[in-house]
Ligand binder design. Structure first.
Ligand code: ZN
Length: 414
């Protein structure tokens, strides 16, 4: 048994009310200016004002006491949308993109997502593991303690299963909790370009059953977008995944308002992600169906696009979460603090709302709220000490690492 006490902390945490925070609830944090955290065997036993925590009967068993020196203490970030399992960066392509080369020309020159697919096919499992682990550890250093990682650069059964094995291995060999998601329908691979329905059949009939037999991914995602997978194709794949008992989510309405947000509401998906072009009606339907909106402001930033309408979504009662979308093409960052800063400065979210979106609401989007996303008693002691007085520091002192220390299950890990 290990009992640890963390004292002299300015604690800021969303409260887990049993469902994702919506409306004004997003801004409601529990704040303890003179706070303490009591941890037993990696779980939170007591949190609150130090005077109250010191009266807890378990305090008598404390073996290690840490002085947090009045740092701001927040829950570890939960990043609910990443593609950080990839074999090669696309730095030269980035230069072409920012100098104005259209994406279609980049594709013709062998760039874009299909270049990531070729790189994964060529990579050994160990190579892929080394690159992915490096990204995951970079995220941990910045304060992310739970991360979702999608497959989706395999696009055939063998390579999708290979990616999921690598993602699983990163989870086992780093302090992070890693949640693997199957994204076989990320793009239409070259051999199927003339007949995407045949690829959709393959995803449903071959890949999904193989992924279930493998037993690593518990969730299924699809890129529902004009020129990628249609609304009907997305529905077919997601319904098949649900029949296999998987959680379902989708990349929806990133470029065009195809109705992906409405489909997410229809199917009661756990989340719909991106949503830059989602209509007001479908946003309302998401709120009614309890679908979490995962917003990815670092992608809009990197692509120089307008941001998703976070304020409209919050006003309409949608549970908003934030994620990095870390990937080698459109958003190469592992930094949740950067994402929080963008949400505050460019999507007009209050710092408290952005913290809730990056922790407890993100945990709901991943189905991990039972043990992550807030500093509630019984949950894992996953937290970050920030060099600042409040979570505002994440937007105020941006472009640097504000994390002084990161703890996973009460252990210092970065
Ligand atoms: Zn994505």
């Amino acid at each position: 048994m290990t009992v640890k006490l963390f004292r002299h902390a300015r604690i800021y945490t969303p409260k887990d009310t049993g469902r994702p925070a919506t409306g004004q609830g997003l801004a409601e944090l529990a704040i303890f200016e003179h706070g303490a955290l009591l941890v037993k065997n990696g779980r939170i036993v007591c949190v609150g004002d130090e005077t109250k925590v010191l009266q807890h009967p378990t305090v008598g068993d404390v073996q290690l006491e840490t002085d947090c020196e009045d740092c701001c203490l927040i829950p570890g970030f939960v990043d609910p949308h990443t593609h950080m399992c990839f074999a090669r960066r696309r730095e030269a392509e980035f230069e072409r993109r920012i100098s104005g080369t259209p994406y279609l020309d980049i594709l013709k020159q062998g760039g874009g997502i299909l270049s990531s697919v070729r790189a994964v096919a060529r990579a050994t499992e160990d190579d892929l593991y080394r690159v992915t682990r490096k990204q995951a550890l970079a995220a941990l250093k910045l304060g992310t303690t739970t991360v979702e990682i999608k497959s989706g650069y395999g696009l055939d059964t063998a390579n999708e299963l290979k990616m999921l094995r690598v993602i699983h291995r990163v989870g086992r060999s780093t302090p992070l909790d890693v949640v693997p998601t199957f994204l076989g329908a990320h793009a239409v691979p070259e051999p199927f370009r003339e007949d995407p329905d045949r690829y959709v059949d393959q995803v449903i009939n071959d890949m999904l059953p193989a992924v279930r037999r493998q037993g690593i991914a518990q969730a299924c995602d699809i890129f529902c977008e004009e020129g990628v997978f249609s609304l009907d194709q997305s529905r077919r794949v997601l319904e098949a995944a649900r029949r296999l008992g998987m959680r379902i989510k989708l990349h929806a309405d990133e470029v065009r308002d195809l109705g992906g947000a409405g489909l997410a509401a229809d199917l009661r998906a756990v989340s719909a992600d991106h949503l830059l072009a989602a209509s007001d009606d479908n946003i309302t339907r998401m709120a009614q169906a309890g679908v979490v909106a995962v917003l990815l402001p670092a992608t809009a930033y990197s692509l120089r696009k307008p941001y998703a309408r976070a304020r409209t979504m919050i006003e309409k009662g949608v549970a908003v979460a934030l994620a990095t979308d870390c990937n080698p093409g459109s958003s190469f960052t592992e930094s949740m603090p950067f994402v929080v800063g963008l949400a505050v400065l460019n999507m007009n979210m209050a710092p408290a709302e952005a913290l809730t979106a990056a922790t407890i609401n993100a945990a709901y989007a991943l189905g991990v709220s039972g043990w992550a996303g807030s500093l509630d008693e019984g949950k894992q002691a996953d937290f970050v000490l920030l060099d600042g007085e409040s979570p505002s520091i994440l937007a105020y002192h941006s472009g640097v690492c504000q994390a002084v220390a990161v703890f996973k299950c009460g252990e210092p890990v970065a």
